[in-house]
Design a binder for this molecule. Sequence first.
Ligand SMILES: *[C@@H]1O[C@H](CO)[C@@H](O)[C@H](O)[C@H]1NC(C)=O
Length: 320
Amino acid sequence: MAMRSSSGLTASLARLALTPAVSSSSAAAIASTSTLSRRVAPNSRPSARSYATTLQPPSQYSIGHLSPAQPAKKAKRLGRGDSSGRGGTSTRGHKGQKARTGNGKPTPGFEGGQTPIMRRFPKRGFVNSFAHETVPLNLSRLQTWIDSGRLDPSAPITVRELYLSRCIHRLGDGGVKLLGDGAEVLSQPLKLVVSRASTTAIKAVEKAGGSITCKYYTPLTLRALVKPEKWTGRGRLLPRESMPINRRDLLYYSDIRNRGYLAKMHVLGNGEGLTSPSSSAPPSADAVAEANDIVAEEEARVAQQAQAGEIKREDAAAAV
Ligand SMILES: *[C@@H]1O[C@H](CO)[C@@H](O)[C@H](O)[C@H]1NC(C)=O
C-alpha cells in the first residue's frame, strides 16, 4: 500500500487526530494500544464505542479509511399539510384500530364488540375500603420459632421481633393478631405486645405465666417499629405513637378483657402499653398484681352480668 506523502492528506489526518504508525516507533504503538485497552472495564460487554477503541489500529492509514460523516436522522413531521407528504392521515392509513389514537390496542376488557364480561354479569359482594387487615399468627407457629431459637422468649416479643425473625412475612394494615391454635404447646412465659389477640390466645399465654398487651398500630407506626433506622438514620424524629380514632378500636383497646393497652395504661399507670416494651422498664410486681386483681374483678362482674341476664330470661320464660 503506497501512502502518498501529499501535504493535503497529511494535514487532513492531523485534523482527524489520528496517529499514523508510519511516523511512530513500534514501542509507542504498543503503548498506545495498551492505554486504549486499559480504558475498557474487564468483563463488560463492549458498547459500540468501546469496541471501536479496542480494535487494533491499522498500521497505516490511507484515504480509504475516511468515510463521510453519518447524516443526522430527522424526526418525521406528521400532519403538516399535503405538501409534506405526511398530511392527511398522518401515515396511519384510513380507518380501523391502528388509525385511532392510543397505542393501537383496544382498552383492557374490550372483547371485540361483544358485551364484555364486566357488563355481562351483575356486581357481587362488596369491598370494605376501611377494613384494617391484621396478619394472623397461631401460638403453635410462635412456639416453633422459639424452639428453633429464632425468637428469644426472655425478651419482650413485639411485631418487630416477629417480622425480623420472619415469623410473619407482612405487617398488614394493623399488625398481628395472635390466635389460639397450639395453646397446649405453649411452654414458657412470654411478654407479648401484639395488635390483637383471641381469648384463647390470651388465656394460654397467661396460663404459661406470661403477659400480653394489645396495642394499636397504624401502617406508619408499624414501619417505625420495624425499621426505625429509616428515620433515625436520616436524623429525623420517629413518628409519634398512634392513638385509635374510631369508636370500635377505642372500645377494643380500652377493654381489659382484650388486654388493651389503653386499659392497662389506666390500670398500671406507667404507660406499659404506650412506650415500646424494649425501652420501658417492666411494671412493678405490685402494679401487675393490682392489674390482675382488676382483671379478675372485671371478669367476675361480666360473668355475674351474664348470669343475671340468663336468670332474667328464665324469669321471662317462666312468666310466659
Ligand atoms: C391457625 O390455626 C387454625 C386451626 O388449626 C387454622 O385453621 C388457621 O389456618 C391457622 N392460621 C394460620 C395463620 O396459620
